[in-house]
Design a protein around this ligand. Structure first.
Ligand code: PLP
Length: 416
């Protein structure tokens, strides 16, 4: 993680020491680095510059308004998957002409609003959805651009829950159905079939699944004489969480660009994790160190699975670093949260220098699919989000309060 390093024995974000940050901001707290976000965004821009793609940042990875705004200001479009993300995308002033909309379950209401706002296109995931969009566009007397999301049946070596491009998954349309749709555009008079979308999964660290997928899509285009304007390659570029190897932006580009550069297609990329994953951390305090009856040591921290779900949901690996560096003998710990679930952990049997109650740790690589997956489970307010920029820390989302926990709830009259 470029911007998060030990300096003089304390973990810093840029030049800002986390020991200072925790004096001012209660934990748990997310901290992002503006420089890291921009560095990752520009890495993709630079690597793919020969084909000048529209880079639509995937808001599901992190939809904080300041972060989306920073990326939009840097030239990004946005990849959205809900009416809520559309609302936030428009709030940050993203041009609708740079918004693409995926999701297998867009509702009529969501489609109506997105059509009204004039987004670039819908990534359509099924025939019934196409019919619905066509009907709504007809009612609104509009012609709406769509890309068909094709499920290419390409397996990427990633967690099953974030594998999306194999035929047993709910995502996208099979080649045969797509061909039928492209062959019969008159059946959908209010949509313009302008593109193809693919997204085969997330945290894909190898370039091969992307090449295989693109070759399959281009063979399909060539063999069925389809005319498209846009090719949306989705997201999925993987990052380094631990000791694994992940292809760099240049390596992804080297595998992808030669396949597409001589075609008169406009390209879209929808990276999320690549931009945000290693641009943020979750800082937490050790509340207790407890020794279980088997002798196992538990470091019980003040962040839980409600704050960062990835380890519990995917058994995902996150590095954990004490914010004050030291050389003490390493011991094995389960780093666990306060939630009433045995799956509430950040690491199991992890070797770390001795942990002491009251000290702070950082759960690294938590900038993507961290806060966006946070919940109020166990009636825990969600944490604040901070952004380090220009040598300063700023709050970009306040921590929730207990009052936030009951917003919208009512005690029925007869129960009073
Ligand atoms: N595009 C679509 C359609 C997705 O479903 C996702 C994530 O699931 C992304 C883009 C972003 O993927 P990643 O964060 O791996 O780049």
């Amino acid at each position: 993680m470029r911007e998060f390093n030990y300096k003089n024995g304390t973990l810093c974000c840029g030049d800002i020491s986390l020991t200072e940050v925790v004096k001012e901001y209660p934990t748990p707290v997310y901290l992002y680095s503006y420089d890291a976000i921009m560095w990752h965004f520009r890495k993709i821009q630079e690597a793919f510059k020969e084909v000048d793609p529209l880079i639509c940042f995937s808001m599901k990875s992190n939809s904080n308004l300041s972060i989306c705004k920073a990326l939009v200001n840097a030239g990004a479009g946005l990849d959205i998957v809900s009416g809520g993300e559309l609302y936030k995308a428009l709030k940050v002033g993203c041009s609708p002409k740079k918004i693409v909309y995926a999701s297998v379950g867009k509702t009529e209401e969501e489609v109506k609003i997105a059509v009204g706002k004039g987004i670039l296109f819908f990534n359509v995931e099924s025939l019934p959805e196409l019919i619905m969009i066509d009907t709504i566009a007809g009612r609104l007397k509009k012609k709406v651009k769509v890309a068909l999301r094709i499920n290419p049946d390409v397996k990427a070596d990633t967690h099953d829950y974030i594998t999306t491009g194999t035929k047993e998954k709910k995502f996208g349309i099979d080649f045969k159905t797509a061909e039928d749709i492209f062959d019969n555009p008159n059946k959908y008079p209010h949509v313009l079939l302008k593109g193809i979308h693919v997204h085969i999964g997330s945290q894909i660290t190898d370039t091969a699944p992307f090449s295989t997928c693109i070759r399959k899509i281009l063979d399909f285009v060539d063999n069925s004489n389809i005319e498209i304007e846009w090719l949306n390659l989705g997201g999925g570029f993987g990052i380094v969480y631990g000791d694994e190897k992940a292809a760099t932006a240049e390596e992804f580009a080297k595998a992808i660009v030669p396949l597409v550069k001589n075609r008169s297609l406009k390209l879209i990329l929808e990276p999320g994790r690549f931009i945000m994953g290693n641009s943020g951390i979750l800082v937490s305090k050790v509340i207790y160190v407890k020794i279980g009856s088997t002798g196992k040591k538990f470091a019980i921290v003040d962040a839980g699975m409600n704050d960062l779900l990835r380890p519990s949901l995917y058994n995902a690996y996150h590095k954990i670093l004490p914010i004050v560096e030291r050389q003490s003998k390493k011991e094995k710990y389960d780093i666990v949260g306060p939630i009433c679930e045995s799956g509430d952990y950040f690491a199991l049997d992890r070797e770390l220098p001795e942990l002491i109650a009251g000290e702070y740790i950082a759960v690294m690589s938590a900038g993507a699919y961290g806060f966006t997956m946070a919940s109020n489970y166990n009636s825990r307010p969600r944490p604040a989000e901070l952004l380090a920029a220009n040598g300063e820390i700023r709050v970009i989302r306040s921590a929730e309060t207990y009052r936030d926990l009951i917003r919208g709830e009512k005690i029925l009259k007869e129960m009073k």
